[in-house]
Design a binder for this molecule. Structure first.
Ligand SMILES: [Zn+2]
Length: 304
């Protein structure tokens, strides 16, 4: 494990040393990844969001309660013996991040209270563990907001696991919560309609063995969903999209934000998901929670 970490990571450090900044397109790639014997989960750094005080208040919490107001933007790769699943794909497209590499990173105002900063491309982090976007079997997003969908175009050759209600939201005219240029190439890409293949509880089994389940949790957007993984060593985890943003929303049972697609649906989804994680002994990960993200192992290390 440690040896693998060294061989994969060393060339990247070298590239940083020579150029001063990492040039992702030229970063040496690890040798092509083989399907793992047991399912793995990789966590990538896809940037962060600086949230203004009015942005924190949206979640019915205060900076005093949250402590840290910034939000990490993670991306995830599930590597299963039968294929791979990319889950959430960042806030600024890789090509923009590459163009801004010499200026210390790319910036993007997601909305008036949320400003993104990204310094590393998703594809360079995939390359460091032996994958290119074209190798990825499936792509899915928790939801289509700008901070989860920026690199979808890179995964146009993957099979998109999509819900029709979210699709509709993604191309809805005048929808300011999304950026359709992030996913132009997905309009006609290969996709599976989850709604036609899910259980009555809104669960879709990605690899057919129950180890990676996409579960409906609507409200934040019409097709918002969460990913549940059953890993051999780590156990059961739920990557919960934007069901919550800050931990105090969950611990203090605050009402969902007023600008949800449906506040009522969000409240219902939260109640159902809380019951589910309790019943199934699943650990819930809030994707944007700073302190929790800081403790996660980042790629090239992985969970299994
Ligand atoms: Zn988000």
């Amino acid at each position: 494990m440690l040896a693998m970490f060294r061989t994969v990571f060393a060339p990247v450090v070298l590239a940083l040393g020579i150029g001063g900044v990492l040039a992702p397109a030229q970063a040496p790639s690890a040798k092509k990844a083989e399907p793992p014997k047991a399912m793995r989960l990789y966590v990538f750094d896809c940037g962060l969001l600086n949230i203004a005080p009015a942005g924190v208040a949206r979640y019915h919490v205060t900076p005093a309660e949250t402590g840290e107001t910034r939000m990490p933007v993670p991306c995830f790769l599930v590597a299963h013996p039968k294929g791979t699943l990319m889950w959430d794909v960042g806030v600024i497209p890789d090509e923009t991040v590459e163009a801004m590499a010499s200026k210390g990173g790319a910036h993007f105002d997601v909305n008036p209270v949320s400003a993104a900063v990204v310094t590393r491309t998703l594809k360079s982090q995939l390359a460091a563990i032996g994958y290119s976007p074209s190798d990825i079997t499936y792509v899915a997003i928790s939801h289509a907001h700008k901070d989860h969908s920026a690199n979808l175009n890179e995964f146009a050759s993957s099979t998109w696991l999509a819900r029709p209600v979210e699709r509709e939201f993604m191309w809805q005219k005048g929808n300011e919560r999304v950026e359709p240029s992030f996913y132009t190439k997905l309009e006609h890409s290969k996709s599976v309609d989850i709604s036609k293949n899910e259980s009555k509880d809104g669960e879709y089994d990605v690899f057919g063995d129950g180890k990676a389940i996409i579960k409906a949790a609507p409200g934040h957007t019409p097709g918002h969903q969460v990913l549940i993984l059953q890993l051999a060593s780590l156990g059961r985890v739920m990557i919960a999209g934007d069901l919550y943003h800050y931990l105090p929303e969950r611990t203090f049972h605050r009402a969902p934000p007023d600008n949800e697609f449906s506040v009522q649906q969000s409240a219902d989804s939260r109640a159902k998901i809380e019951e589910y994680v309790k019943k199934t002994n699943t650990t819930l990960w809030i994707e944007h929670e700073w302190a929790a993200n800081a403790k996660l192992k980042k790629s090239p290390a992985f969970y299994e």
